[in-house]
Every structure is written in C-alpha cells, then in structure tokens.
Write a protein that binds this ligand. Structure first.
Ligand SMILES: O=C(O)[C@H]1NCC[C@@H]1O
Length: 357
C-alpha cells in the first residue's frame, strides 16, 4: 500500500468552525465498502418513534424524509449516495438498530452497510469491551437480526463478516415481458430484500465491460416488468414484500473457485459500487436452491462496476415460513472516508436537495 497522499493533520489542525448563522446541523461519518458509500448520521437526527424497527422505518418515510433528502441528495450527496441512521431496537439480543436510506427511500437490508457499521460500532464504542480476534455485533436491520463479526486486534478493526436473515429463492424461471426485449426469464430471490436476477447476456451485455448506462437501462426494464407482472410476498412482513432491484450477472452460477461478477441496480436507478451484500446473500440462496453450491463452499463475488470483491457461502439450512432457506455469510472490507457537518439554512431555496440524471 502506498503511503498517505496527504499529510495527516489530526492534532495539528481543527476542522473549520461554522459561522453562527449557518443553520441547522447534521453530522455524519462517511465510509465506503468496496467503493459503495455509507454516510452514517451521527447527530441532528431525532429519535424515530415506533415499537419496532420496521415501525420506525415507516415513521422515517412519512415524517423524516426531509432529512434523508438533505444527506442523500445534491448538493450534499448525489444520486448514488447511501446512508444509515442508528435507532433503538426492540430486540433484547440486538446491540443496535439501524435504518438504511438511499436515493428514493428506505431499504430493508444493506450488506455493505452492515460491513461498514460493524467497524464503526467497535471504533466508536457502541459495544462495551470488544473481544479479539473478532467482536460480534447484533444489528437489528429492518429485515431482522443480522450478526456481524468484526476482526479486532491491537485496538484496530478489520474485515467484517455477517450472517444475514434466512435467505430463500422466492421463484425461479419466471417469464416476464420486457418492452423492447420480449419475454425474459428471471429468478427472484430474497437476501433481506427481494431481487430479480438475470444473466446480462440476455440483453447482449457484459457486466464487466458494458457501459453502466446500458446495464442500468436493462436492469430498470426488468425491475419494472417484475413489479407489474409478479405478485410478491414475504412470510414475516408485508413491509419486506417489494422488489428492491435487479441484479445482472455474468451467469457463472455453478460452483468454481473463479469469481463471478454482478451489477445491482436498485431504488431509483441507483447503482451499487460493491458486489451488494444482500444481493450476494440472495444469489447464494438461489445457487443453493438450484444445487449449484454446497454448504460452506466459499465463492468470490466481484462488482462489475469497480472490480471490488466480497466472499460468501451458505452456512446453514433453515426455513422462512414455507420457504426452504439458508443462512448466508458474506465477508468484506470497509474504509473510513471522512467526517462532515452539514448545514441547512432557513433561506436556502433548495432545502430538499435535488438529483441530476
Ligand atoms: O450491500 C448491500 O446489500 C446494499 N448496497 C446497496 C444496495 C444494497 O442495499
């Protein structure tokens, strides 16, 4: 690794002070996991009322969405920004609860977010007495309890692996009509959120070589088709029964030591820079369902956008309602990228921010 490109100024210099009339302030810690941003709100966000994390998610959507817009959209964010805010969990086993946010609303699961939050929770003292070589953090995500295991030694955090909620193939070989493409066969799988999976080759595209815009257009067309033509449900809660996005793959689903690449397009045409933790979870559940991978066979998943890697494996059979399911473990690395205090002046005519496409 090359040395720091800029001088480490901690201690020598303080962050610039805001003028007294700067307006309301939101503070954040910025991280990224395999290139995908995670903006963690650390101050200025009120306690979201609600008896459950899912109820808090509903409250945030209905009453606190102006704050999501401030930190996700321009001029403070951008169309592919991703965020998290910590909330209280109703589960005794949870160390923390979390809501995830993106360019359009609030997701139910975020694997890259869990990886970053694992480090954050240890580094910022959210768990008492971290243990070496790993510290376990139980994160209550909207989809349920996710167990993160954070490498920790000599006071330093490292790689994070997590066990997600039961993941299952919702439906395979579903034919949907995609305008301009005709009938397209997709698989739909759940990894804390529901995704449609299609081989990018179906559209004459390559997830590692094609223009991102072309991949996005194809994925959006599939998402629209599935949303309008397939009735989705989830055994635990109707809050989880929506299609979050489409993942285009290189089709290399049969087990091999070689990495397999995919690109996830979710929310409002948002492109994941990482291999997508919840998508890898759902993809492994699909591969397991099809007999293409065995328990504890580790695969590498590569982001078609950045080439960054996660690894994943099914570790245990389980059920989710009537679905045969698996517990999937996903591993990756997150890094800090900065801290910021964002302000919002009363007179600012662009209070809600904006997105350019
Ligand atoms: O890694 C993940 O699971 C998330 N990344 C952005 C889209 C998903 O929520």
């Amino acid at each position: 690794m090359t040395p720091l490109l800029f001088t480490d100024c901690r201690g020598a210099m303080e962050c610039p002070k805001l003028p007294p009339h700067a307006g309301a302030v939101l503070s954040v810690v910025d991280m990224h996991t395999a290139g995908e941003p995670l903006r963690i709100i650390t101050g200025g966000y009120p306690d979201a009322p609600g008896d459950t994390v899912l109820a808090k998610r509903r409250y945030a959507r209905e009453h606190l969405d102006h704050l999501r817009k401030v930190v996700m959209r321009e001029p403070r964010g951008h169309g592919d920004m991703y965020g998290a805010v910590l909330v209280k969990s109703e589960l005794a086993a949870a160390h923390l609860g979390v809501l995830f946010m993106h360019n359009e609303g609030y997701s139910t699961m975020c694997g890259h977010g869990v990886i970053a939050l694992g480090r954050f929770a240890v580094d910022y003292g959210l768990v008492k007495a971290p243990t070496s070589p790993e510290t376990q953090i139980n994160m209550h995500c909207p989809c349920g309890l996710v167990k993160a295991f954070v490498e920790y030694s000599n006071g330093k955090t490292g790689a994070v692996r997590f066990h997600s909620v039961p993941a299952f193939a919702f439906a395979t070989d579903v034919k949907v009509t995609v305008p301009g493409c005709g009938d397209v066969v997709v698989d739909i799988s759940y990894g804390g959120a529901l995704y449609a999976f299609v081989n990018a080759g179906t559209f004459g595209l390559d997830v590692t070589k094609s223009r991102t815009r072309d991949l996005v257009d194809a994925a959006i067309a599939v998402t629209k088709a599935v949303k309008s033509q397939v009735k989705l449900h989830h055994p635990v809660s109707e809050d989880l029964a929506f299609l979050y996005g489409t993942i285009l793959t290189d089709g290399k689903d049969a087990f091999t030591d070689e990495p397999t690449a995919n690109v996830c397009v979710f929310a409002d045409a948002q492109v994941d820079r990482s291999p997508t933790g919840s998508g890898v979870t759902a993809r492994i559940a699909l591969q397991y369902h099809k007999g293409l991978i065995q328990l504890n066979q580790t695969r590498s998943f590569c982001s078609g956008t950045t080439g960054a890697m996660f690894t994943g494996k099914a570790v245990q059979e389980t059920t989710c309602g009537d679905f045969q399911a698996v517990v999937v473990e996903v591993s990756g690395h997150a890094h800090y990228s900065g801290v910021a205090c964002f302000t919002l002046e009363d007179e600012d005519p662009l209070q809600s921010g904006f997105l350019l496409r």
